[in-house]
Design a protein around this ligand. Structure first.
Ligand code: HEM
Length: 503
């Protein structure tokens, strides 16, 4: 009997051990469910296929429902894992620079330049981050950025007339690029040729980065070559012009020894100096570093924010009237509480009091996913739970899929700013799933500035206008190409309001 018992015990122990062994052994990531698509091309074309902003896109929707939130694929010529999982996304973003790096499209380095922050790693990256921290410090947000955004938003909205049809894409682009022109290079005047050049040429930048499909296997060689040549010529011209402009300004400032920052200090305006001045003053950057850094910052500083603003105007044009009423109440309260009604400038306290507006911005950023995904590459074999992500494989950190996850956000496609006001049991899940600015070491340093720009422009619009989509029979739809865009410019028809005396 004892022998049988001992045998049974031994047998059970062996079975348990082998079960444990098999369940803890790492699964090669190829064992993940998924689809490799066509030979060479993989699933790249269906992954990048444009889709409307009121959906998650056919590719992601079908794959998530078939394979779950983490699945394997073959994208951009590499073995890939696509993650619609908040935890894996954070895991990857938090290890950028250690076990992962951004997988830029082939031509991005030529556009941004070798010395740009996008490609900087280690100490160089930290050095760039520290200057951005100074440039976007809270003190500067509270003073110079608030004042400039307020001024630009006021000028922009006063240029509109009752009944005008305006392009939301174009108007928000003008507002954001002007703020960047002023804060990076002190270009202020509308008719300054440099301002006009920035406005004209930066509008092509993003499409240049994504429209180089040479590295998409399966595309017809001659078509690809044609697109490549055209785009290369375009972005090369833009890059050269912006770099020359920075070079010229640097040269002028070097010759003019009266340090501009000192002049500002003497005027008692210690935060009002520009990014170029900050870089030159540190004397630790090469000219090439300064040029590439400026080019990248002007781009990063206006592009995403202006797209998010256009998307906000689109959402508000289609939102229930209760949202507009709540916004109007919040903003009129600020104006009516001023003892001096002629005082039109926004203060930091005003900005802080715009709680519902900040919920509108959060909800806009959740739904717009200006950066819908970030492609990262594993720089070594990485263990994640029971899975090994092999060196060289691509991980698509899909932020949009997480932000539209019905387990984290009830009715995820609904524009519901109030969801950010109620503290509820889902708080933690919601917080973990909201990541429009990325995460980890490369998390967007412009988060606070972007939100400030959005709220300030919203203030000026909401107190002065109502709007609706123009061409109501066939209104423009935002789409992902895979970046967020408005192919026809997102035209809206505005109607002037007379809620208070503006004089
Ligand atoms: C709604 C507006 C914005 C969105 C949604 C956004 C989103 C992002 C995201 C997702 C990243 C991370 C990229 C990665 O992990 O590889 C990023 C990086 C970056 N953003 Fe933004 N951004 C916005 C506005 C701004 C503004 C206003 C600025 C500057 C004034 C800015 C400057 C940068 C820079 C310099 C980086 C690179 C950081 C690094 O590599 O360390 N962004 N942004």
């Amino acid at each position: 009997m004892a022998t049988i018992l001992a045998f049974l015990l031994l047998f059970t122990a062996l079975v348990t051990l082998s079960l444990l062994w098999f369940s803890t052994k790492e699964k090669p990531f190829k064992a993940l469910p998924g689809n490799r698509g066509w030979p060479l091309a993989g699933e790249t074309l269906s992954f990048l296929k444009p889709y409307s902003a009121n959906s998650l896109g056919v590719y992601m929707k079908n794959h998530i429902s078939r394979y779950g939130k983490i699945f394997s694929s073959n994208l951009l010529g590499r073995e890939a894992i696509v993650s619609a999982d908040a935890e894996l996304n954070r895991f990857v973003l938090n290890r950028d620079g250690k076990q992962f790096k951004t997988a830029w499209f082939a031509a991005a380095q030529k556009i941004f330049g070798r010395e740009s922050i996008a490609f900087a790693t280690g100490k160089t990256h930290m050095k760039f981050r520290s200057i951005i921290a100074d440039f976007l410090s809270t003190k500067r947000l509270q003073t110079v950025f608030l004042e400039d955004a307020d001024h630009l938003a006021s000028v922009l909205t006063k240029s509109w007339r009752d009944g005008d049809v305006i392009s939301a894409k174009q108007e928000s682009f003008k507002y954001c690029i002007k703020l960047m022109a002023k804060s990076t290079l002190s270009i202020k005047e509308e008719d300054d040729p440099q301002m006009q050049m920035l406005q004209r040429d930066y509008s092509h930048f993003l499409s240049a980065i994504f429209s180089l499909p040479l590295n998409i296997p399966g595309m017809k060689y001659w078509n690809a070559l044609q697109v490549y040549i055209n785009t290369y010529l375009l972005f090369n011209k833009v890059r050269r012009k912006v770099v020359n402009m920075v070079k010229k300004t640097m040269g002028e400032r070097m010759i003019d020894s009266s340090c501009r920052k000192k002049v500002f200090y003497e005027a008692g305006d210690e935060y009002n100096y520009d990014l170029l001045e900050m870089l030159m003053e540190r004397k630790e950057y090469s000219n090439e570093e300064i040029e590439d850094f400026m080019l990248g910052m002007i781009f990063a500083g206006h592009d995403s924010t202006s797209r998010a603003i256009a998307f906000m105007l689109y959402l508000l044009a289609n939102s229930p009237s209760a949202v507009i009423t709540a916004l109007q109440e919040e903003h009129l309260k600020i104006i009516n509480s001023r003892s001096d009604k002629k005082q039109q400038k926004l203060s930091w306290d005003d900005y802080k009091s715009m709680k519902f507006s900040r919920c509108v911005i959060k909800e806009t950023l959740r739904l717009s996913s200006v950066a819908p995904f970030i492609p990262k590459v594993a720089t070594e074999d990485v263990r994640y739970k029971e899975m090994i992500i092999p060196r060289g494989s691509l991980v698509i950190v899909h932020m949009r899929a997480v932000q539209l996850d019905p387990f984290a956000f009830h009715n995820p496609m609904n524009f519901n700013p109030w969801r950010w006001l109620d503290a509820c049991c889902d708080d933690e899940k919601r917080k973990r799933s909201y990541m429009p600015f990325g995460g980890g070491t490369r998390m967007c340093p412009g988060e606070n500035l972007a939100q400030l720009e959005m709220v300030v422009l919203l203030h000026h619009i909401i107190i002065n206008y109502e709007w609706e989509m123009a061409e109501s029979a066939a209104p423009d739809q935002p789409i992902y190409l895979p970046y967020l865009d408005f192919p026809r410019g997102l035209h809206i028809k505005i109607k002037a309001l007379h809620l208070f005396d503006r004089k």
